[in-house]
Design a protein around this ligand. Sequence first.
Ligand SMILES: *[C@@H]1O[C@H](CO)[C@@H](O)[C@H](O)[C@H]1NC(C)=O
Ligand SMILES: *[C@@H]1O[C@H](CO)[C@@H](O)[C@H](O)[C@H]1NC(C)=O
Length: 440
Amino acid sequence: MILRSSRLYKKKMVVAGNGLFYPIIGFASCLAFLYMSFHSFSDLRSDFREEEHQLAFVKRNGTQFTLEGKPFYINGWNSYWLMYHAVDEYSRPRVREMLQAGAKMGLTLCRTWAFNDGEYNALQLSPGQFDERVFKALDHVIVEARQQGVRLLLCLVNNLQNYGGKSQYVRWAWQEGVGLSSSNDSFFFDPSIRNYFKSYIKTILTRKNTLNGIEYRDDPTIFAWELINEPRCSTDASGDTLQDWIEEMSEFVKVIDKKHLLTVGLEGFYGPKNPKALTVNPEQWASRLGSDFIRNSKIPSIDFASVHMYPDHWFHDLEVEDHLKFVTKWMLSHIEDGEKELNKPVMFTEFGLADQLDRFYKTIFDVIYKSAKKHQAGAGALAWQFLVAGMDKYNDEFGIVPWERPSTYKLIIEQTCRLAKIQGPILEQRNLKELCLQKQ
Ligand SMILES: *[C@@H]1O[C@H](CO)[C@@H](O)[C@H](O)[C@H]1NC(C)=O
Ligand SMILES: *[C@@H]1O[C@H](CO)[C@@H](O)[C@H](O)[C@H]1NC(C)=O
């Protein structure tokens, strides 16, 4: 205690001494504030025991996620590869290493693929045919996440061709002689393919975990389901095809599983009829993809909205400064939609930038923090993407091993701690007190 208060005193002096440079030392004063306020964490249950703790489902009330009745703001990440690497014994330890490392940073949510259609280590070998070996790998991921105190956002199919995706479903339909069209977008409109996907949804949601006996639909380790990663249906720019698919699939999920939240997996582009298509969308192409953030997210069986951010992919010839400006505007616009149009939380489920990562992360974290402080609809952000060492083959231009980048690592923990300050400690964040008192 003596040590803590003397360090606090020093921080206060720093703040006072630099009072003229308020914007620059805003961060320092924020730290001091954290110091002064952390006594509120002293009521953290130190007698935490796994077996006594009934994990709660994350719920929603209006624009807020809630956990045990309190608002819940999310600092999390993407590791799409967990199931894939849990299949083989030699790569399985990476799953624990990643989830443990995430928990160590106080992260509460990891988004990952609950699909691999027809590729190496496929979960779904052909329509309705599953590889039990791979299903056990997914069982393992869920149990491991629970042990580490991390929840999972599980995505059910890819719009892109990695790990099968919609083009694999279309190929299957073609091979079985039931496909209506060779267009990859027939994934959305072909009745046979819709049935393939529904059968997939049903199998996953009712899967009984072989390691803990809990059906996936009853497992609170699963934060939410995501229908599809980055859906685009450019062959119907009116948006009707995709809208109809989301309506049908989301209602289907809810018939089987009423406990979990559900999102679409959108990138967040505004459709052609929305005025923001001109003022906020990155470029003109973005309103011609057959998706519409507002219309798609408004569907009643969709619980929260999802948005991605890839400024250096979305623009030609923009400087870093403009990337950052865009990101702030993009986020504020969607948070405003969450408030005014949707009355739902808005989560930034992927963000990546190849350069100037720290500035990019800080920009995003600041928007989320400010939104959370006002209990607005900005519900959290998930970095794309984290890996453990030795996974270069699975990386893209955006992936990092966070603990190999001290400055980024520090930013992530600062975000954990300031969100914790707003919402109070989450029971699963077992090391929060140590993390937020010592790391500063
Ligand atoms: C939902 O939020 C409103 C407004 O903050 C509050 O009055 C209400 O009690 C909440 N409902 C639940 C079920 O938590
Ligand atoms: C469907 O997608 C696959 C993989 O992206 C691509 O190779 C193929 O050409 C596409 N088919 C059509 C008809 O566009």
